[in-house]
Design a protein around this ligand. Structure first.
Ligand code: SF4
Length: 401
């Protein structure tokens, strides 16, 4: 029997989604277990308000007012509307990290985003400030694709080949604090989707080769489309295979060693999505994030970070038509914000970041009311030695030429 179809969000003015496409099993499994070292985190303790509570918004407003300037709420662009309406500052991971670093007075930083972002905020805030993640199960599947042990094994392999000293690690912001610390300890820098080109160009002034972690697509797209390298200059390190599944010669001759990680949201967009969209919507412009696959990025009209996607739509003329390849909450928000432009979602099926969506209004209310009651909950605190070296890599990014 065909699954029932439901319309969701303004971005779906032209498309319907099959409600069987969402894996509730995946959502339910996340958050179980007690793996504090993982981006998966743990599930929230305590009695959460019911999502159906008609007084939830009022409770959120009351708790927010009670916390006043003691709290700052940061909201990532991929967050739900019900949460983002309470954010003091919205932004991508880089902008929110900067906002955390610039506010040294708020006692609590409530981070409506995912675990690695809250870690970066903890590293960049003062020791007295406390960073709170309303749901500890809000992780990032991409960050989980590079564990500290796997990266250590890779580095050991490069040392065995005698090339580690001429290899500079560049680590995407979307990584655990442990991987950022590895990067800081080994002469590398963190990067974001908006400064990856500068970070990689800088790395080539420091060494001969780059180890790019953990997003293969951002690394490949930047190396080939921004720095002019060839696809054959890049090799893919598979952490599940001995020596990354590569020969010594392949590793030695590569200019960029890409870690085999990807974003489960942006990795879904395909060339076929673009072809179908162009066929059915004349004049559409394709706007995608650089975490998308190389053939998608290569065939798009505009490629840019989350902040650049927002700016591109905002600066576009009335009447223009865009098909956007990024997280659906943001695309829906852009469609609602710019009703005189036609903003479509590039894929036909649902494409929320399931872990970002763990942060909902009940969790935010629970976290704020707990703080009001004097209970510190869900604090994200990076261990001191890890934080020290991760900060080195973050500060190298902030100082990029
Ligand atoms: S959108 Fe992708 S990179 Fe961002 S938090 Fe979700 S899984 Fe991670």
């Amino acid at each position: 029997m065909p699954a029932k179809s439901i319309p969701i969000g303004l971005a779906y003015r032209d498309f319907w989604v099959d409600n069987g496409a969402m894996s509730l099993t995946d959502l339910l499994l996340l958050g179980q277990g007690q793996d504090l070292a993982s981006e998966r985190g743990v599930s929230c303790d305590g009695a959460l308000p019911a999502a159906s509570d008609p007084g939830l918004i009022q409770r959120a407003q009351d708790a927010r007012a009670a916390l006043g300037s003691r709290a700052m709420i940061l909201g990532h662009h991929y967050q739900r509307e019900e949460v983002i309406q309470f954010a003091d500052i919205t932004g991508d991971s880089f902008k929110l990290a900067q906002a955390a670093a610039e506010n040294s007075s708020a006692e609590y930083v409530l981070f409506c985003g995912v675990h690695f972002m809250a870690e970066s905020a903890d590293i960049l805030t003062t020791p007295e400030q406390k960073v709170i993640l309303p749901d500890l199960a809000a992780g990032c599947s991409m960050a989980d694709m590079a564990s500290a042990n796997q990266v250590d094994d890779c580095w050991q392999a490069l040392q065995n080949l005698g090339i580690a000293q001429s290899t500079i690690p560049i680590t995407y912001m979307n990584s655990t604090a442990a991987i950022k610390a590895f990067t800081g300890q080994n002469g590398g820098a963190v990067c974001t989707s908006s400064n990856a080109e500068r970070a990689m160009a800088w790395a080539f002034t420091q060494g001969e080769k780059i180890l790019f972690l953990p997003d293969q697509h951002l690394g490949r797209n930047t190396a080939v489309l921004k720095l002019g390298l060839k696809l054959s200059d890049c090799v893919l390190w598979n952490p599940w295979k001995p020596q990354g599944g590569l020969t010594a010669e392949e590793i030695r001759s590569a200019k960029v060693i890409l870690w085999r990680g990807h974003c489960s949201v942006h990795g879904r967009f395909t060339l076929s999505n673009i072809e179908q969209m162009r066929a059915r919507v004349p004049g559409v412009q394709i706007l995608v994030h650089p975490e998308c696959q190389h053939e998608v990025v290569s065939n798009a009209d505009v490629v840019g970070s989350t902040e650049m996607i927002i700016k591109t739509i905002a600066d576009s003329p009335s009447g223009s038509t865009w098909a956007v390849g990024t997280e659906l909450n943001l695309v829906s928000r852009l469609a609602a914000r710019f009703p005189d432009r036609r903003v479509l979602f590039l894929d036909k099926t649902v494409c929320y970041c399931s872990t970002m969506n763990r942060i909902d209004l009940p969790h935010l209310v629970w976290a704020m009311e707990s703080l009001v009651a004097g209970r510190l909950v869900n604090r994200i605190q990076v261990e001191a030695e890890t934080a020290k070296y991760a900060k080195v890599a973050l500060e190298r990014m902030l100082a990029l030429p």
